[in-house]
Write a protein that binds this ligand. Structure first.
Ligand code: MN
Length: 296
């Protein structure tokens, strides 16, 4: 099943080139009181929600996909966990480029560990990327995103895929520079997830998916997730050995070679095999950037 959020917090499934509204299924979600949970209620209740969707989808209003504004398929992830350099060719690319490699933390992933992006950086494909510091170099990174479906702690890789709710295409937008990764990668809109959540039953092997990214129609990144240094089960094992993963937590698995700069006015087209494609506009900041943050 391909489940999307769109327009004003509507819920839909993808059928051909259409979105079929199944918004009433949101009424099934468990109600939560303060203090609110740090997991995503829709992903937590996904089994029940899917059964209800199957009952009501025949009555849902249809609209053409291209008329919808797609939101992030996961609204409330507790954590966005990100893999640093996780493709061998990208590691070589980073080590060979002084623009990219002014960071002593560039290292093999097993030594570098994982990092977190602010949940407030998350948007859907229809919301676009708004550059925060256009005077700095901002780069695109296309990645496979894994959405956890169950609480997972110290999971062995042999069972890791049992904990996955589904997969998405992700963009990990990055300001280059000397600061901590999580700082440079967490401005609003710097994590794009979409176009929808493809449930795990539709993806037999997450470690054999083609992914690609175009900027204004020009190919920039093309790779296959079989070349991940830590594959999806190994990433879940690694992450869950350090912290408990909760339903709705997102793991973005790292980007392959070909990262490059983006500018206001660009249109990014990113796709992962079986998961669909996102088209994302890059906008200038809404208001002039303060120069309060000095950067040599
Ligand atoms: Mn990345």
């Amino acid at each position: 099943m391909k489940i999307c959020r769109y327009n004003d917090n509507r819920l839909g499934i993808i059928a051909g080139g259409d979105i079929v509204s199944v918004t009433p299924a949101l009424e099934l979600l468990s109600r939560h009181q303060y203090p609110l949970p740090v997991f995503d209620p829709l992903v937590t209740d996904l089994g029940r929600v899917r059964r209800h969707i199957d009952e009501i989808k025949g009555r849902g209003a249809r609209m053409p996909l291209e008329k919808a504004k797609l939101l992030s398929p996961v609204a409330n992830p507790g954590k966005i966990i990100a893999a640093p350099v996780n493709y061998q060719k990208h590691l070589e690319e980073v080590l060979g480029d002084p623009n990219l490699h002014n960071d002593v933390r560039i290292n093999h992933i097993q030594r570098a560990g994982l990092f977190l992006k602010a949940a407030s950086s998350l948007v859907g494909a229809g919301e676009g990327v708004t550059l925060r510091m256009p005077e700095r170099r901002n780069d695109h990174e296309v990645e496979l995103a894994v959405v956890l479906g169950k609480t997972a702690s110290r999971v062995h890789r042999s069972r890791a895929l049992e904990y996955v709710a589904g997969y998405c295409v992700a963009l990990d937008i990055t300001i280059r520079g000397p600061e901590e990764r999580s700082f440079r990668k967490s401005p609003d809109s710097y994590t794009v997830l979409g176009p929808w959540l493809t449930t795990a039953d539709e993806v037999k092997d997450p470690d054999g998916l083609e992914l690609q990214l175009y900027v204004n129609g020009q190919a920039r990144q093309r790779a296959n997730t079989r070349d991940l240094i830590l594959d999806v089960p190994a990433l879940i094992e690694f992450a869950s050995s350090f912290y408990t993963l909760l339903p709705g937590d997102v793991i973005i698995t790292g980007t392959p070679e070909g990262v490059g700069p983006i500018q206001a006015g660009d249109v990014l087209h990113a796709s992962v095999q079986h998961l669909g494609a996102i088209e994302v506009k890059v906008d200038a900041p809404d208001s002039p950037t303060s120069s309060a943050l000095p950067y040599p």
